[in-house]
Design a protein around this ligand. Structure first.
Ligand code: BGC
Length: 784
């Protein structure tokens, strides 16, 4: 087993059935093409375990009757399980962790190598002690390969041992209890079989999207380092296939089994080539250790591009964990695919693997380290631009209206109902009115263009995307002649609790500050980015989109006269009417009812969260997470409102007192928003946000990790604590580092050149920059 360097490892020293689900997600492995939960190979789905194998972007849509309506549900598909392996001694059952006495247990994720290890020493009811040592990886070098190695040693017995290695198609999407009423059988199994001396295979197809999935495995055995050609018996069933072998072992003798699996889908290659290619890949593939060397090297390359060092080992470990998960979900392999950012990564079934606005938070890390992956995320949106245009039209708007939740084709996937797990009743879901998702796409286009200087992307698709999003904002903004201001009605801001006014007839709220400011900002930036194009491309786009100078003038006017609602004390309101809602005593509620989600808890009591002045998550504060106070003051000035730091501080304090932080996106956003207003408060939110998914109390993590929060903490580090900003063609670094982080050494990719910066908190912040690869003349202007 490998040495453990604490800042590179996530380690568990005991088995805890109650925490197994979270560990399966936290320690899941992926390569940006495939993802595999860290389930025990000997387990099948039950109350403790949930093996899950996923192919990035492999969705299937099913219809379920809910409340008399046909509700469609497009979901990432849990594919046939490649992992199953178990063994049994004479006169005993197949090994299961839950049935033996565990004497030692260690499970470790080695992030540097992308390796998961498990070591179990157990005793069965006859007192036979056995050591199980397991290693596995999902190859970063060969995106369709996964590998498992298991060594078994009888410690105080000799005798016969039966081994079974399976491919299991008896899987459904069953991880998330509150999705239980949705149809969840997404696969039909077409065939199971065997090939060569050591191969088994299984062919499946998703039952609506018709994606062919070919899974094959090669199983080899070694006893005392000699390959053992034990006679095997293959058992084919309709939906699974098993390879059985019998061997005899002497006390202290080790048998090692290697299972190498290949998974291809018709999303990768033609349908009729999937099964053949899976077999051929395995016939060519070398042994576990050789494959592992290539995998490790691929990870080393990724880590070099994502270099970060801080002295505190716990901090370093969090940074690495968050980077690790981002890279497992968006590796350079993903950059060649057509996928978005599912908030819980590809290793879970939370939110059905659908795409929301969480790309906004993952984007800065990717842009500064893997710009190709960032561009691919924008291209995913560009390919769905026509659908977004169609959605705008259907809703009576112009331009492009991106859906709140989407999956394969860019259609709106937000279900009209959500199951209240407390009452067991269905609740109406109006969160699809979060039109601000389009602003996240616009912001990312602007950010990408700024950091990379990629004019080609802007000309090819970035400008068209942002222009169409701007056009949508102009068309949803209605002029209020009484105030001579533009207003946006019938939307939902980031706070998903406030989706309708109490007693109102129609859903949504009016003049959500975050939405309105982002709309005005997009209208302004779209024009600026357009002006960066050469005149010929400008004319082409004007013609293609039928844009006129009058339309630009109208955008300019809307972007200057958007309405912002203020409270009587001069601070900014979350939306019009928010402050007239009933006061809510969160502390008292918690004391009485514990930590229940308020929308569900209140609904179960026959009440409704919308009546109260309480937010699920940071809303207006997102503005201060994205922009510095000075930038926001400028934007308000353009809108004709005067703002200053004091108003911003009081606004955030007020909003904080009304925020329940029931989204994983809330704390790091407040950490960013408070970074220059109240450093201690910021750091305290930051520390909490960093620990996302790290505690057994984080029960939700079992359904998938929280990528938005992981990316968000890295973004706060970059933008706020390190103070990295792009100014035309140079970087400005204005650090205000919390003491616990100083010094930070970090690599950055700026305009094609790789830099390593060392930033320390000293009386005069100290910044040292070295260029790693000389790729052009970059003028680095280090302020302070
Ligand atoms: C939040 C959304 C977020 C989604 C996925 C929800 O709980 O309210 O803002 O996009 O989770 O992370």
């Amino acid at each position: 087993m490998m040495e453990m360097d604490k800042a590179w490892c996530i380690h568990f020293d005991h088995y805890d059935p109650a925490d197994e689900g979270r560990r399966e997600a936290l320690l899941a492995l992926g390569n940006g093409c495939l993802a595999s939960r860290a389930a025990a190979p000997e387990s099948r789905e039950d109350k403790i375990h949930y093996p899950g194998t996923y192919r990035v972007g492999c969705y299937n849509e099913l219809i379920t009757q809910i409340q008399g309506q046909d509700v469609k549900n497009e979901s990432i598909v849990n594919l046939p399980n490649w992992l199953p392996f178990s063994f049994r001694m004479e006169r005993s059952d197949w090994f299961s962790l839950d049935d033996v006495t565990i004497l030692d247990y260690e499970q470790t994720l080695h992030m540097q190598q992308g390796l998961l290890t498990r070591k179990v020493r157990f005793s069965d009811e006859q007192g036979r002690q056995t050591l199980v040592q397991e290693r596995r990886f999902v190859s970063m070098a060969q995106p369709n390969l996964m590998a498992l190695s298991i060594a078994l040693t009888p410690l105080n017995w000799s005798g016969k041992l039966e081994l079974q290695s399976n491919l299991d198609g008896r899987v459904i999407n069953n991880k998330v209890t509150r999705y239980a009423p949705f149809n969840k059988v997404h696969l039909e199994i077409l065939n199971t079989g065997e090939w060569g001396e050591n191969g088994i295979e299984l062919l499946a197809r998703t039952n609506q999207s018709s994606v062919t999935v070919a899974l094959a495995a090669r199983t080899n055995l070694w006893i005392a380092e000699q390959e053992h050609k034990a006679q095997r018996v293959v058992n084919h069933e309709d939906d699974h296939v098993s390879d059985y072998r019998r061997i005899s072992l002497r006390e202290g003798e080790e048998v090692r089994l290697e299972k190498i699996a290949a998974l291809y889908t018709s999303l990768d290659i033609p349908e009729d080539a999937c099964a053949r290619t899976a077999q051929e890949t395995l016939l060519k593939a070398s042994d576990f250790d050789t494959l592992f060397t290539a995998h490790k090297d691929a990870w080393q390359n990724l880590w070099q591009r994502s270099y970060i060092e801080v002295d505190a080992a716990d901090q370093l470990c969090y940074f690495r964990l968050h980077i690790f998960h981002i890279l497992q979900n968006f590796s350079p392999h993903t950059a060649k695919m057509d996928v978005g950012v599912p908030p819980s990564g590809w290793q879970g079934e939370e939110y059905h693997g659908q795409v929301f606005w969480d790309e906004l938070f993952v984007f800065p890390f990717l842009t500064f380290h893997f710009p190709d992956s960032a561009r691919a995320l924008l291209q995913y949106r560009y390919r769905r631009l026509d659908t977004a245009r169609k959605l705008a039209k259907e809703n009576g708007y112009r331009g492009a209206m991106f859906p709140w939740r989407s999956a394969s084709d860019g259609e709106e996937e937000t279900p009209p109902f959500q199951l209240n797990p407390i009452s067991g009743e269905w609740m109406e879901d109006r969160t699809c009115l979060q039109r601000h998702v389009g602003a996240a796409v616009a912001y990312n286009i602007w950010y990408y263009a700024k950091v990379t200087g990629d004019q080609q992307f802007l000309a090819d698709c970035g400008a068209e995307l942002i222009l169409e999003i701007a056009r949508f904002w102009a068309s949803i903004s209605k002029h209020n002649p009484a105030l001579n201001r533009y207003e946006i009605h019938g939307v939902v801001g980031p706070d998903e609790y406030q989706t309708m006014y109490p007693e109102a007839n129609s859903p949504g709220v009016s003049n959500n500050t975050y939405t309105n400011v982002m709309a005005a900002w997009t209208l302004c930036q779209a024009r600026r980015l357009f002006e960066q194009l050469n005149p010929q491309r400008q004319q082409e786009l004007m013609d293609k989109l039928a844009l006129s100078s009058e339309e630009f003038e109208h955008w300019d006017e809307v972007s200057r006269r958007m309405r912002i609602v203020f409270r009587e004390d001069g601070t900014i309101s979350q939306f019009e009417g928010f402050d007239q809602l009933k006061e809510f005593d969160l502390q008292k509620f918690r004391e009485k009812h514990g930590h229940q989600r308020l929308d569900w808890a209140l609904d179960a009591m026959g009440d409704s969260v919308e009546k109260y002045r309480i937010s699920k998550q940071a809303d207006t504060a997102v503005l201060l997470y994205l922009f510095t106070p000075a930038e926001l003051v400028n934007q308000f000035e353009r809108l004709g409102y005067s703002l200053n730091e004091d108003i911003l501080k009081r606004t955030i304090t007020n909003h904080l007192s009304q925020t329940a932080h029931e989204s994983s996106l809330s704390r790091f956003i407040y950490a960013g928003a408070l970074a220059s207003l109240s450093t201690d408060q910021s750091w305290s939110f930051y520390k909490e946000a960093q620990q996302i998914d790290m505690s057994p109390e984080d029960k939700g993590a079992s359904e998938g990790i929280h990528l938005g929060a992981m990316g968000g903490t890295l973004a706060v580090l970059l933008h706020r604590y390190l103070g990295i900003k792009v100014k035309s063609d140079y970087l400005v670094i204005t650090p205000s580092l919390p003491e616990a982080l100083s010094p930070v050494r970090i690599s950055l990719n700026f305009r094609g050149a790789e830099y390593v910066c060392e930033i320390s908190r000293t009386a005069e912040p100290l910044v040292k920059v070295a260029e790693r690869v000389n790729a052009g003349h970059i003028n680095l202007n280090l302020s302070k």
